[in-house]
Design a protein around this ligand. Structure first.
Ligand SMILES: [Zn+2]
Length: 422
């Protein structure tokens, strides 16, 4: 019997729009390992991203395998079918061994009367005042509050069960890692909600490895957290406490950990998350967005000449097609169009000016978060001129790769896992 696939205590999900930077990304994990911290790499790409750029899950698998071979990475690694459901999972079955089951669309749909009744009966033993170690306020559980939680989440968890079993029937149980995500819900889950969601996941017998709750505040693409940091700190601590309690109480996998769908670059949260997981002895999965693409743009801008001309033209194109390119991302960007430089201004930029406007260095006066978000969502415009784009990447390969590795290592892995910087 093959050994069940498992993910280590720490893992990071990386995206790569054009699929050329796998080895450069993996070098960041290698550097962490050389410094004593093992982090499992996970390559994630959602259905939406595949369709915008014209790639397939098999491409991500090929990239991951090639990266692992070229870097002689001997630990586990995964290819994540990110935010899938029953309607979208099939094309990921072959290539993926990590599935992020997203049931946000099913939240609030009502489970059957019979299943509501069974759930309520089974959960009744928690009625009253529940003390969860690590949470200051006791959680009050009444039949009415249980019913409210079940009305909101039970059907969604049952749906996760259906998706899990669909995958397990085709791939074989134990051959893949399962994440269940609620991060695209409308509001953050309370400790009681998360607890009874986990209870329901256990009833569905989903061997859930990671769970992605929603936190308050905005997790926008490629920029820092926008929101109340104190509140995030409390929510994150509470979620860790609920997870630890739920593992003991419901017999969920001991390695179950939180997954944070960060949208990348949540620099102000890394020290907080680090402190909390260290204190709790907890693991974590940090899912980042495709900011590797921005490192490619930065590499071309820094190269000057044709590279700089290409990324200037890309911006002009994006500026003129704002509505079209922003449309799929409106929920996860906050671009003030008045604060964007005009294409003419960008055309006058030197290499250094372009890089400094784009690169996520909050201490730099020239850094513009609107410009950064705009370029971040413009990858499909480079896909339209793919042969030219890929040729340019090729001729600047080594400098781009060092940008890619450094971005993951210095800005994400070091502050979260090594306690350096940030
Ligand atoms: Zn997500």
């Amino acid at each position: 019997m093959p050994m069940a696939k498992s993910i280590s205590k720490y893992s990071v999900g990386v995206g790569d729009r054009f699929g050329l930077e796998g080895a450069a990304q993996l070098r960041a994990f290698r550097a962490a390992k050389d410094r004593g911290v093992t982090i499992t790499p996970v390559w994630n790409k959602s259905n939406r991203e595949h369709s915008l750029i014209g790639t397939r899950p098999e491409d991500v698998r090929a990239e991951a395998d090639a990266a692992v071979n070229s870097c002689q990475w001997s630990g586990p690694y995964f290819v994540d079918a990110d935010h899938i459901g029953l309607a979208t999972v099939d094309k990921f079955l072959e290539a993926s061994d990590f599935f992020t089951i997203d049931v946000a669309d099913s939240i609030g749909k009502s489970a059957s009367g019979a299943s509501m009744d069974t759930y309520a009966a089974e959960m009744q033993r928690f009625s009253g005042t529940l003390r969860i170690p690590g949470i200051a306020e006791p959680v009050t559980v009444s039949p009415a509050s249980l019913r409210e939680i079940a009305l909101k989440y039970l059907f969604a968890v049952e749906e996760a069960g259906r998706v899990y079993r669909h995958i397990a029937q085709r791939k074989g149980a134990g051959t893949f890692v399962t994440e269940v995500s609620f991060d695209e819900a409308n509001s953050p889950q309370t400790p009681a909600e998360l607890l009874f969601i986990l209870a329901a996941l256990a009833r569905e017998r989903i061997p859930v490895a990671t769970v992605a709750p929603k936190f308050s505040g905005e997790f926008l693409k490629g920029i820092d957290y926008v929101g109340d940091i104190k509140r995030f700190t409390r929510e994150f601590d509470e979620d860790l406490a609920v997870l630890a309690f739920a593992k003991q109480t419901f017999g969920l996998p001991a390695a179950l950990k939180l997954s944070v769908h960060s949208g990348s670059d949540k620099f102000s949260l890394y020290p907080i998350m680090r402190q909390a997981i260290q204190k709790a002895g907890a693991g974590i999965h940090l899912k980042t967005a495709g900011t590797t693409w921005l490192e490619e743009v930065i590499g071309l801008a820094a190269a000057g000449g044709e590279g700089l001309a290409f990324v200037k033209a890309l911006y002009r194109d994006a500026y003129g097609r704002y509505e079209e390119i922003a449309k799929p991302y409106l929920a996860v960007i906050a671009i003030d169009r008045q604060a964007l430089p005009t294409p003419n201004q960008v055309d006058s930029f030197t290499s250094q000016e372009y890089v400094e406007t784009l690169e996520h260095n909050q201490a730099c006066k020239r850094f513009n978060i609107h410009f950064r978000q705009m370029v971040h969502i413009s990858f499909r415009l480079a896909a339209e001129k793919q042969s030219q784009y890929l040729a340019l990447l090729n001729s600047n390969r080594s400098s781009i790769e060092s940008h890619v590795t450094n971005n993951i290592l210095k800005r994400h892995i070091e502050p979260l896992f090594l306690g350096i910087g940030a």
